[in-house]
Design a binder for this molecule. Sequence first.
Ligand code: GTP
Ligand code: MG
Length: 341
Amino acid sequence: MGIFSFLNRKGKAKTAADHDPVDATEAVQPVPATADADERLDKKLEKTRSRFTSGLLGFLTGKSQIDDELLEDLESQLIMSDISVPTAASIIDKVSAVARRNSDADLPGVLRSELIDVLKPVELPLEIPESDKPFVLLVVGVNGAGKTTTIGKIARQLQNGGKTVMLAAGDTFRAAAVEQLQTWGDRNNIPVIAQGSGADSASVIFDALQAATARGIDVLIADTAGRLHTQSGLMDELSKVSRVLRKLDDSAPHETLLVLDGTTGQNGLNQAREFGDAVDVTGLAITKLDGTAKGGMVFTLANELKLPIRFIGVGEGIYDLRVFLAEDYVEALLDSNAESA
Ligand SMILES: Nc1nc2c(ncn2[C@@H]2O[C@H](COP(=O)(O)OP(=O)(O)OP(=O)(O)O)[C@@H](O)[C@H]2O)c(=O)[nH]1
Ligand SMILES: [Mg+2]
């Protein structure tokens, strides 16, 4: 089990009694329960759900006959929820195969299970093995995607779980970015390794890895720029960071987390491909699913990239970063009767 296993299915903090004392990675301090941590995922995804299902479930209720017209309409609804055309087509193919075998099939139930099937293979929470110390988490993504916010949430959750964390201010493009991370680190008692703005990002992160190793830190999280003078400049910088880290530890970075803004729809897929050309992306965090996102992008990414989805961001608080769980996500999106408390 990974370090994030202290978050249970609804993202609530486990109590000490929930921990198995035999499993070393589970023997972490539980996250203190707060009202925020208790808030259900379906409440957090309320706005996204209403966009995802507006029409969808209403449209399905009362339809007992599954015919081609109904399936075509359903496909359009999926596409309007930000699911890509190929992904929507593959979902509809599967739904129609079930309908062919059983014309009395319960359509909402079939759809629910097909949606879960799309997401299940990418439900792979981040594991932080004790053997990789420091575990290097490199965070990449376009500007405004939510990298720095997500780093803050991960750092606090790890710290609450008993891990020591250090941050590297690798976004040296903007002076404000370095200051933002330093101020946040000071407030949260998390050391931040930084140089002035304009410094070489790879050298800041390299220094940070040396410092983290010397201090016996468990997890080093490196922030990076989302924008440089040119896009190819950014991609070159990121691949240099990965290369330079490997000089100190050939297994670093242990995770390259691509942060994608969930409200950007199809654009997220292009970003993932572009970043994937420069660095070896090993996991995704999809942010802002509490806002104006339609939620379908998650299915497209799962189906077309097959990369592990580690986290979803559902707000600005520290507990608003949840371990991605396929069933919980689909339930929260589809359940029109979700509790609003
Ligand atoms: N509602 C909501 N807002 C979020 C979430 N994640 C990030 N944000 C907001 O998105 C904005 C941008 O987040 P940052 O973390 O600064 O993004 P960044 O990728 O570091 O951006 P650059 O440093 O410019 O490259 C901030 O206002 C965050 O509060 C989320 O899950 N939900
Ligand atoms: Mg940032």
